[in-house]
Design a protein around this ligand. Structure first.
Ligand code: GLP
Length: 241
């Protein structure tokens, strides 16, 4: 387990961005999993900014998103697809063939899960998986209680998030929204994982993830057992270690 504690947010965003760029430079055909949210936004923007000033070869790299909300279109501002496109993918000029995202509208999500997983297998699996950390220890949309053996699936959304997304997308009650996500087993098969967490509100869960028992109650605690995982934290999120 490697833990990197940065002095401030600027250093945090910069170090994490360079980890992704280094992966691309040393392995031009890398398959890189991204996560969305407050924690990763500036990391993506940093990569985009460096790329604009000092372009590097991204023609062979494949990016994908670790999770996405189902049963809403993916072009609203809060969709993982849209966030990744605007923060990073479009700026680097990555085409659709090299950007794998789940379909959010489908009558058969079991099939969509298989297709997503197969697309990664065809590219020989994940070289680098970036992960954010939920306040309850979730990884992707794998909420507490998810078996460690889980493979790509659609989890149940928590009520607060579901109602926020319904509002944002004007989605009427009817179809339940879901959390399409790589399973924990898929994540653990990544050759390298970097978990990023920042801010005081993550301090308690960071402590549980790193110093508590490995338990499905805290999905991220499984990362203690990954042979090549780095945790990039800022001083605030690391304050209880
Ligand atoms: C969301 C996403 C995760 C993300 C996490 C952290 O629920 N499904 O993929 O890593 O929350 O988000 P944030 O960085 O905004 O705290």
């Amino acid at each position: 387990m490697k833990i990197t504690i940065t002095n401030n947010e600027t250093e945090f965003d910069c170090i994490a961005a360079w980890r992704i760029i280094s992966e691309i430079l040393s392995n031009p055909g890398a398959v890189i999993g991204l996560s969305t949210g407050k924690t990763t936004k500036n990391i993506h923007l940093n990569i985009s900014c460096i790329y604009k000033q000092f372009p590097f070869d991204v023609s062979q790299v494949t990016f994908f998103g670790v999770d996405e909300v189902t049963n809403v279109p993916r072009d609203y501002p809060g969709a993982c697809y849209t966030m990744l496109k605007t923060e990073l993918i479009d700026i680097l000029g990555i085409n659709d063939e090299h950007f794998i995202m789940p379909h959010t509208l489908s009558d058969n999500f079991e099939r969509e899960c298989r297709i997503f997983q197969e697309a990664l297998k065809e590219r020989r699996g994940i070289d680098l998986q970036m992960l954010g950390l939920g306040l309850n220890g979730h990884l992707g949309f794998n909420q507490p209680g998810t078996p460690f053996e889980s493979e790509t699936w659609v989890s149940e959304m928590d009520e607060a998030l579901e109602s926020r997304i319904r509002k944002e997308t004007n989605t009427l009650p009817g179809k339940k929204l879901g959390g399409f996500t790589l399973g924990i087993k898929n994540l653990m098969h990544a050759r390298k994982i970097i978990l990023v967490a920042k801010g005081k509100d993550k301090a308690e869960i960071v402590e549980k993830m790193l110093q508590g028992p490995v338990t499905t109650d805290i999905p991220a605690s499984i990362l203690q057992l990954h042979p090549n995982c780095e945790f990039i934290l800022d001083v605030d999120s690391a304050s209880l270690l």
